[in-house]
Design a protein around this ligand. Structure first.
Ligand code: ADP
Length: 295
């Protein structure tokens, strides 16, 4: 094993890999703390975390737009600071606040971006403009916030990226349409096996959309797993510290979050290995519980 493969155990196959990444802003607190994170090809990951916990910072770091003080970031097996043009063309990014050229029309904007990419799916662009009801010939400044956000997404999908990064992609959409729109967005890329990561702090965005959830908390990915596995395998246990230590050792359970209760007792959220059934007195948890406890 070479030194670099020891550092990046999955790097031959991973779409993105962050290892030991720490980042603080000047005069600010440390936002990312020795964070490790891997995105495998074709994964659709919802990045969940409270407002201000560092989701945007993490996505910008993943894309090489921010340089961490420590650690390494690779995309498609290349150091993100030295990506070649071919690798760059495989990325689609929708920032939280898109700097769309306000005086351009949608048609002009798309023609401009088209010139940068070797690949461009014009029929998909046309189809999405119609379906998402975006006027081609109006100045972008006269489109609604939601339409501008959709246009920004079309721009990011047009060159058929292998990695699509979306920072709060439905923030400007009304609550009713958010999940359905995200579902459609994910459907748009699923058949190509695109790796998708999108951030949100709204749980209802995730149901039936993100197959994998990553929880960002205190500068690290506290947990990442498929949603159905989490609901199946994570349980809350209550007991004395000694009892629970023995139980977890026996079940090979991984403690995720401990809360001290009175008199040496604790409540522990723990993940059971696949196929191990939970003891009768362990409590099932739902997505809201996971979010509350892990972020
Ligand atoms: P999220 O996307 O989860 O809301 P952010 O990544 O935007 O979180 O922010 C994480 C933390 O870093 C916050 O405390 C925020 O105030 C701070 N922060 C974000 N951007 C900057 C910046 N450019 N300079 C200084 N601090 C920043």
């Amino acid at each position: 094993m070479t030194a670099s493969s020891a550092h990046f155990p999955h790097s031959e196959t991973a779409t993105a890999e962050l290892a030991g990444v720490s980042l603080s802003y000047p005069k600010g607190e440390t936002v990312l703390k020795a964070l490790d994170w891997t995105l495998q090809p074709g994964q659709v990951v919802g990045l969940l975390g409270r407002n201000g916990c560092g989701k945007t910072t993490l996505l910008e770091t993943l894309l090489g737009l921010r340089e961490p003080q420590q650690g390494r970031v690779q995309l498609f097996g290349q150091d993100v600071a030295r990506l070649d043009d071919a690798a760059r063309a495989r990325i689609g990014y929708v920032p939280q606040h898109s700097d769309l050229f306000e005086n351009f029309t949608a048609a002009q904007l798309l023609a401009y971006f088209r010139s940068f990419y070797p690949r461009w799916n014009e029929s998909r662009v046309e189809g999405l403009l119609s379906r998402w009801d975006i006027a081609r010939d109006k100045p972008i400044r006269r489109l609604s916030g939601g339409q501008q956000q959709r246009l920004s997404i079309i721009r990011a999908l047009a060159h058929e990226p292998d990695l699509l990064v979306l920072d709060e992609p439905v923030a400007s959409l009304d609550p009713v349409g958010r999940r359905d729109f995200l579902r459609e967005l994910v459907d748009q890329v699923l058949d190509r096996g695109t790796t998708v990561v999108f951030s949100t702090h709204i749980l209802s965005d995730l149901e039936r959309v993100a197959f994998n959830l990553a929880f960002l908390s205190e500068g690290r990915i506290a947990l990442q797993a498929p949603l159905d596995e989490l609901l199946e395998q994570v349980r809350a246990f209550t007991g004395t510290v000694t009892e629970l230590a023995g139980l977890f050792a026996r079940l090979n359970a991984q403690p995720l979050k401990r809360t001290q209760l009175e008199a040496g007792r604790e409540r522990v959220l723990a993940r059971l290995p696949a196929g191990v059934s939970a003891p009768q007195d362990a409590q099932a948890v739902n997505l809201e519980d996971l979010f509350a406890e892990l972020t």
